[in-house]
Design a protein around this ligand. Structure first.
Ligand code: DGT
Ligand code: CA
Ligand code: CA
Ligand code: ZN
Length: 575
């Protein structure tokens, strides 16, 4: 959890320096924050093992940042942050989670209206105080009210990408407890949903008490709601709740089925049980007093007449039960089926690592290819590439490829770009240069507020360009933060089919774009997709599994996703 604490401080530092338009610092702290947030290992463990040198190996962490981390690990404080916070006592993380609120607006809100937190903001907006602010007051008020409403609707759900690593670590530690045989994560995490309400753990143990006591006294627990022998409910310091249930081995399958859900799926399955004269609960499928099935999920679904067990990701009561009866659930794409990553940004623009570092990480992950797709010029704040810079980058990629080849390494670095779709659907890089790239992704990064008609037309036009291979993050949403732009997704799917444009499943935990229903529509229309990470550092290259989960929830098979193909065939599958 110390990673999250430090990441939050760096995030706030970035925002504070951003308010005063201090050069370089905001971007440096933001990078460090993102990088630490996505780290698998605890920074305190890294520091213990290798000291400040170890910290400096973290992407985006140089000497100065490493020293600040060291200070925090040693003293539990960061002087620079405390000093700035004293001058500016504002809940920056909370406020900037409201859409439309950035550093400059936070400063304005505080200096003019003494707004310190989301509650103050809501009150001021409702009282009509924001519209009196200089320049864009009235517009800002509408935007902020909308942002607040969106935040309420979407509740306090956590991103899968934040929670899954935490859940897995807790599992590992539970497995070390004496008497514990088996641990499973159930609920929405097992279903790999985009966002998570709470964590659900199931354990088989010979000494239920010990597992329960351990769980209630983990260092990350902030509050214990209930602590029985076989059931514990806690709140973690990060603000999420977690349940533990210790269940007997004989009924593990029944418990797993029951606690995996989702609720709609379970209601449907239970109806089928009842129709057949059974009853079904977390202890088993029973007829009268007789237990018919309880040990595995296969037995339970089997006894109910389903020869297939729906994979957890698709248990949403969206046709999977009918398909399980008819043995028509397709063989979903597997978590090891991808051969390459296709959207990555490097230190040539707003990423933290060099091309070669990204390439070496790709090899570690077992990829055959990786496309480098830095931003292009109209995204000026990222240092986006113009034609000249792209040409230079292509030469650099040639150099790296021949270096890898000389070392007998089997990775190919593909030349690519994440090109901006302009307001009228044209692109910000000339076709002459686009033609030279292996992979061109096009994306919307501006004018999010066009009407549905204009936005759709704009994207359809970009898809007509014979050089555009992929549409990146096709709906532009940021989970819990920004709604998708208004767009006719059916028209985009149709156009993808017609123009042989690939649609992206962006695996970044904030994006997961396309989402599951749209993936399923695209698949049914025969449109091909790719799954990639949108990584801005080597640590984010581990995100593929979230995208694969998304594809599975869209019922995809390997054939639907073209970066399951070997390099040559993959390149042929592009326009
Ligand atoms: P979440 O926590 O909001 O992300 O979503 P879940 O699906 O993890 O929901 P949770 O934690 O409330 O419950 C875990 C599973 O337990 C849920 O997917 C289905 C099952 N479950 C919970 N309460 C009920 C219930 O009242 N009836 C039935 N049939 N199943 C339930
Ligand atoms: Ca849950
Ligand atoms: Ca729960
Ligand atoms: Zn992008």
């Amino acid at each position: 959890m110390v990673n999250q604490e430090i990441a939050k401080i760096f995030f706030e530092l970035a925002e504070i320096y951003g308010m005063d338009e201090v050069p370089f610092k905001p971007r440096a702290f933001e990078r460090a924050s993102q990088s630490i947030n996505s780290l698998d290992e605890d920074v305190s463990a890294i520091y213990k093992k290798e000291g400040i040198k170890g910290l400096e190996k973290i992407p985006g962490v140089g000497r100065g940042i490493a020293e600040r981390i060291e200070e925090y690990l040693k003293t539990g404080k960061m002087k620079e942050y405390d000093k700035l916070k004293k001058k500016f006592p504002v809940d920056i993380s909370g406020l900037s989670a409201v859409e439309g609120v950035g550093p400059k607006i936070i400063k304005l809100l505080y200096t003019r209206l003494r707004i310190k937190n989301v509650a103050d903001l809501e009150k001021a907006a409702k009282d009509g105080k924001l519209r009196k602010l200089p320049r864009m007051g009235a517009k800002l008020e509408v935007k902020i009210l909308k942002g607040l409403e969106f935040k309420k609707e979407n509740g306090n759900r956590f991103l899968l990408g934040e929670i899954l690593p935490v859940a897995r670590k807790i599992c590992e530690r539970l497995l070390e407890i004496k008497g514990v045989h088996k641990v499973e994560i159930a609920g929405s995490i097992r279903r790999m949903q985009e966002t998570i309400g709470d964590l659900d753990f199931l354990v088989i143990s010979e000494n239920p008490n010990e597992a329960a006591d351990f769980f209630a006294s983990m260092p990350e627990v902030a509050h214990v709601y209930a602590h029985g022998n076989t059931k514990v409910l806690v709140r973690l310091r990060s603000g999420i709740d977690a349940d533990l249930r210790v269940v007997p081995g004989e009924s593990f399958g029944a418990a797993l089925q029951y606690f995996t859900g989702n609720k709609d799926h379970n209601v449907e399955v239970r109806k089928i049980a009842i129709k057949n004269g059974y009853s079904l609960n977390e202890y088993g499928l029973t007829r009268g007093k007789k237990i018919i099935a309880s040990k595995t999920e296969e037995e339970i679904y089997g006894k109910l007449g389903m020869p297939q067990v729906p994979p957890p990701e698709i248990r949403l009561n969206r046709g999977e039960i009918e398909a399980a009866f008819a043995k028509k659930i397709p063989k979903l794409i597997g978590y090891d089926d991808l051969r390459g990553d296709l959207q990555t940004q490097t230190s040539w623009t707003d990423g933290s690592n060099s091309i070669e570092e990204m390439a070496r990480e790709a090899m570690k992950l077992g990829h055959e290819y990786i496309a480098i797709t830095d931003h292009t010029k109209s995204l000026a704040m990222t240092g986006g590439a113009d034609e000249k810079k792209l040409m230079r980058q292509m030469a650099e990629i040639d150099r790296i490829n021949s270096k890898l080849k000389k070392q007998n390494l089997k990775l190919t670095v593909l030349k690519g770009a994440e090109v901006n779709i302009m307001k009228d659907g044209s692109l910000d890089i000339s076709n002459e240069v686009l033609k030279k790239l292996d992979v061109v992704g096009a994306a919307v990064h501006s004018y999010f507020n066009l009407t549905r008609e204009e936005q759709t037309k704009r994207i359809l036009r970009a898809m007509e360009n014979p050089n555009v291979d992929i549409i990146f993050h096709p709906t532009g949403r940021i989970i819990n933060r920004r709604k998708p732009y208004e767009v006719d997704i059916e028209a985009i799917i149709k156009q993808a089919k017609k123009t042989k444009t690939i649609l992206e499943i962006d695996a970044h935990p904030w994006r997961l774009d396309l989402k599951d229903e749209h993936i399923r529509m695209a698949r049914e229309a025969g449109v091909k997709m790719v799954i990639d990470t949108d990584a801005h550092s080597v640590s984010e290259m581990h995100y593929l599994e979230y995208g694969i989960a998304q594809a599975r929830r869209g019922w995809c098979e390997t054939k639907d996703i073209i970066n399951t193909l070997p390099l040559k065939e993959f390149l042929k599958a592009l326009k």
